[in-house]
Write a protein that binds this ligand. Structure first.
Ligand code: ATP
Ligand code: MG
Length: 446
């Protein structure tokens, strides 16, 4: 993409309405525009990151054997009357009447709808296990929408639902979700710690939240700081192997890590003092096992291998897709702007032409552009007639992890400069070597 032809409405001034750095930087980098309290348009740069995050979420869900579908945003109130939640949900639910005076609602979550799909089409234990998920907009009429996309009213969520024959099978689905979530967050360059949590209005016994440590987080968290060192890394996990999957979960949930809702002071005291930490975290996901809470009242049953009709065991599992943009920025920025991890960056690399209109510099930039694009690394090329300082400031603000700087002086020696946004370190090399280096870097993230 050539910047001169792109739509990147960056702001020079700090927007006064933004209280936290991620909200400020998303506005300044021209990623979002607020349209009403807690409701945003996704401008092209923000949209690119949102799509990258969605893509990673999809890939890791499919890898775990989960099946994507798409349910509507609007739901019939009657479904929610069946589960009893239409009255329970309260003011967070946006209720709508259509022209025939029928009650609809903008879905805050989809347990009822997925249970309805299941009961209409599945009747035998032979069709289990089954996990269906979608990535769809939700609406919750939050009392205090704030912090930009972090606590919106309309927000994008991945929500998945498992259907299993009994509790053991459903707990394997729970564990499978935990592992797939750990992989998902790691690919985004995040450390998200599973913490035992409270189940709230979804209901159920077993639940973990995934928290990204950040001072601006809304949850108070208590943890053994050795938990922050745990990594899945590139290890392959066989999602069909119950023991292996459970083993990974044990590894990640044995050290103490809880939110204030489930905090146990006595247990916390047992952590060696040097490792005992109190901090704040951003909830980027949550998994639940809730058994037959919905399947029983809504009649989602299957015939088991003894010929008996039994309600299925279920769980639901959510990732805050749009909130993740804020969480990633909170975890990865400096005073110049955003620093995107390679896994989610809107463009893998920026090209800065120090002397637009200079024949040699323009030709070198064009050929770099073509070479990178051929490798699947579409660059953002700053081809505007601007001072070098302004071009660097824009690149730093929008946070592309790598920058190639091209100028007449370097070209005389046959080199360009490759700069890391994270470390600020630059290295001179031939344009071909810069492309090869980037191909190598991104091979690990695609
Ligand atoms: P919270 O406690 O932050 O209100 P929740 O526990 O009600 O969230 P869940 O029902 O668990 O949310 O939804 C799954 C995920 O969706 C959450 O982990 C969070 O990342 C995201 N999410 C929830 N509410 C919002 C919101 N208002 N804006 C953006 N993302 C949200
Ligand atoms: Mg939650």
């Amino acid at each position: 993409m050539r910047l001169s032809r792109y739509f990147l409405p960056v702001l020079k001034e700090n927007p006064s309405e933004a209280q936290i750095v991620s909200h400020r930087l998303m506005l300044r980098a021209g990623m979002i525009r607020q349209q009403a309290a807690g409701i945003y348009s996704w401008l092209p740069l923000g949209y690119r990151v949102l799509k990258r995050i969605e893509q990673i979420v999809h890939e890791e869900q499919v890898r775990a054997g989960h099946i994507p579908l798409l349910m509507p945003t609007l739901q019939s109130a009657d479904l929610w009357r069946e589960s009893g939640r239409y009255d329970d949900y309260g003011e967070e639910m946006l209720r709508i009447k259509d022209r025939h005076k029928r009650d609809l609602l903008y879905g805050p979550t989809n347990e009822e709808m997925i249970t309805d799909i299941f009961r209409a089409h599945v009747g035998s234990y032979k069709d289990l296990p089954l996990t269906l998920y979608h990535i769809q907009w939700k609406f919750r009429d939050e009392i205090r929408p704030r912090f930009g996309v972090m606590r919106g009213r309309e927000f994008l969520m991945k929500d998945g639902y498992n259907f299993d024959i009994d509790k053991d099978a459903a707990l394997h689905a729970y564990n499978r979700h935990m592992v797939s979530y750990l992989r998902t967050y790691e690919r985004m360059g995040l450390t998200a710690i599973p913490m035992r949590a409270d189940s709230g209005p979804i209901g159920g016994d077993d639940t973990h939240e995934f928290l990204v440590l950040a001072q601006t987080g809304e949850s108070e968290v208590f943890y053994d700081d050795r938990v922050t060192q745990l990594k899945l890394g590139g290890r392959a996990v066989d999602y069909d192997n119950w023991d292996e999957v459970a083993g990974v979960c044990t590894e990640f949930t044995t050290l103490y890590a809880r939110t204030d809702e489930t905090h146990d002071a006595a247990l916390f005291e047992q952590i060696p003092e040097a490792h005992r930490k109190v901090g704040r975290g951003i909830e980027v996901g949550q998994i639940f096992y809730f058994g037959t809470k919905y399947s029983e009242p809504m009649g989602a049953t299957v015939v088991n291998d003894k010929g008996e009709r039994v309600p299925v065991h279920m769980g639901s599992h959510g990732i805050g897709v749009s909130r993740l943009l804020g969480a990633i920025i909170e975890a990865s920025h400096d005073d110049k702007g955003i620093i995107w991890p390679e896994g989610v960056t809107p463009f893998p690399v920026g090209i800065v032409n120090l002397k637009q209109g200079d024949g040699a510099a323009d030709v070198a930039c064009d050929s770099l552009y073509a070479a990178l694009t051929t490798q699947g690394l579409e660059p953002l090329y700053d081809d505007r007639n601007e001072r070098a300082g302004a071009k660097f400031a824009t690149m730093d603000l929008i946070g592309l992890p790598w920058r190639i700087t091209v100028g007449p002086r370097g070209l005389e020696k046959g080199v360009v400069e490759l700069t890391s946004r994270r470390t600020g370190e630059s290295e001179e090399m031939s344009p071909e070597a810069a492309v090869a280096r980037l191909v190598q870097i991104y091979a690990a993230h695609r």
